[in-house]
Design a protein around this ligand. Structure first.
Ligand SMILES: CC(C)(COP(=O)(O)OP(=O)(O)OC[C@H]1O[C@@H](n2cnc3c(N)ncnc32)[C@H](O)[C@@H]1OP(=O)(O)O)[C@@H](O)C(=O)NCCC(=O)NCCS
Length: 153
């Protein structure tokens, strides 16, 4: 497995992974109507349109994208999704470290993120503290999330 910056050719695989992880993994923590709206909203166009506003990496094994992670230029981690068949094998931790190192290089003293309920224990394990529980609007649905942060110094 290796990590590299995402390229335009990766977007179809990123979207397939994103949708499948939402449907197979996040579905344990959210009701069906939210899962459907969330998964359907994911698109290669969306990922491509915001590519210049973030740094995004993919984890690749045997030429297959098995995870991705991105962060904005304002010390916020955007997303971290692992392929449903590769959960719990350390890929998420490696991608998170990559993004954290990148944000540290940009001078971030605190990293913030909006975690799904699913990933909250994972981020806690990596030193993130809960700031507050909140809701994220996706179309007409409100999904419960956790706002978290971590000092890098
Ligand atoms: C959360 C996620 C990114 C973690 O990636 P991963 O590759 O599965 O995690 P790792 O294998 O690196 O796990 C590292 C540690 O966190 C723990 N962990 C991971 N996910 C966990 C979870 N949902 N609940 C509790 N512990 C979890 C692992 O047990 C492991 O602990 P250990 O080192 O003591 O064995 C991944 O499970 C995922 O894609 N989840 C669904 C998508 C999602 O909600 N992403 C967050 C968007 S903000």
């Amino acid at each position: 497995m290796h990590l590299r910056l995402a390229q335009t050719k990766d977007y179809p695989a990123i979207v397939r992974l994103h949708r499948a992880t939402i449907r197979n993994i996040n579905s344990a923590d959210y009701p069906e109507d939210i899962i459907n709206t969330w998964a359907k909203r994911s698109s290669a166009k969306h990922f491509q349109e915001c590519a210049h506003k973030c740094k995004r990496w993919v984890a690749v094994e045997n030429d297959k994208v098995i995870g991705f992670c991105d962060h904005g230029f304002d010390c916020e981690l955007w997303g971290l999704y692992i392929h449903k068949d590769f959960i719990g094998k350390g890929v998420g931790s490696k991608l998170l470290k990559k993004a954290e190192d990148s944000m540290k290089k940009q001078g971030c003293e605190t990293i913030s993120l909006k975690s799904t309920l699913t990933a909250k224990p994972f981020y806690q394990k990596h030193g993130y503290k809960l700031i507050k529980k909140d809701f994220h609007q996706i179309k007409d649905k409100k999904m419960a999330i956790a706002i978290m942060s971590k000092r890098t110094t």
